[in-house]
Design a protein around this ligand. Structure first.
Ligand SMILES: *[C@@H]1O[C@H](CO)[C@@H](O)[C@H](O)[C@H]1NC(C)=O
Length: 249
């Protein structure tokens, strides 16, 4: 290699910051940190999460995309006596409009336990249904609309510290949710190729048996929320050290 090339390489090496100086990366405005020794730690962390809402609603470039809508590629609902509903491209709106409470934060072990209330969720999807409902054979596909009110989620987020380049970074390894829907209604459009009388009868029957439908929906919703929220939790903290996020001061 020509000497001037070696010189150039040496210069580049000198000018490139080692370890990309982890502790120099500034905490963005949307993350409100709580200090060590904070007397009301649970309340402080609750407030931080509350203040994340606009960021969750709109997404933050370089961190995470918008939580609106929450996407599920496919949801399968099967009802005991032979009804099968497949929902595709399931988009649920309203997940960033939550109330958080009952926070129990353990900053030493990075464990967080809390409850969420989601007053109103709204789902749009494409469905395909076949089978029998109350002895009535049903078949169809088209758009599905759903409203879910008074949803509740109990969340447990667990993490640990990960060492990189001599610095300690928090990393969340698991997030578990128990999710319940208060009430809801769904509407399947275009059942029986658009036959209004049959379509209305089936929609009424589904909504009359809504508790059963909700039971089937609980696990797919929990899974989608768990995956999305675990990813967002890590996206928030990934580039910051434990000492930056929870400074001694
Ligand atoms: C959901 O709620 C909106 C607003 O109240 C209403 O217009 C719509 O018909 C409802 N949809 C279903 C499927 O219940």
């Amino acid at each position: 290699m020509a000497p001037q090339h070696l010189l150039l390489l040496g210069l580049v090496a000198l000018l490139t910051p080692r370890h990309a100086a982890a502790q120099d990366k500034k905490i963005p405005d949307f993350i409100k940190i709580c200090k060590r020794g904070e007397p009301e730690l649970n309340q402080c962390i609750t407030n931080s999460v509350e203040q994340l809402k606009p960021a969750l609603e709109n997404g933050v470039e370089g961190f995470f995309p918008s939580l609106e809508p929450l996407m599920m590629k496919e949801v399968l609902i099967t009802e005991g006596n032979g009804l099968r509903i497949v929902g595709k491209n399931v988009k649920t709106y309203g997940c960033s409009n939550f109330r958080i409470f009952n926070m129990i934060a353990d900053m030493e072990n990075l464990d967080f336990d809390f409850d969420l209330e989601l007053p109103m969720l709204y789902t749009v999807a494409e469905y395909d249904v076949s089978g029998r409902l109350l002895l009535l054979p049903i078949k169809g596909n088209g758009p599905l609309y759903g409203n879910w009110t008074d949803c509740k989620a109990h969340v447990r987020l667990d993490g640990e510290l990960e060492e990189r380049n001599g610095y300690k970074f928090p990393k969340f390894s698991s997030l578990r949710i128990v999710f319940t829907v208060g009430t809801g209604t769904v509407q399947l459009k275009n059942l029986f190729g658009g036959d209004k009388v049959l379509g209305n009868a089936v929609n009424s029957a589904i909504n009359a048996n809504f508790k059963q439908v909700l039971k089937e929906l609980q696990h797919p919703i929990e899974k989608a929320l768990q995956d999305a929220l675990l990813e967002i939790s890590n996206d928030c903290v990934r580039e910051f050290t434990y000492d930056q996020l929870y400074p001694v001061e």
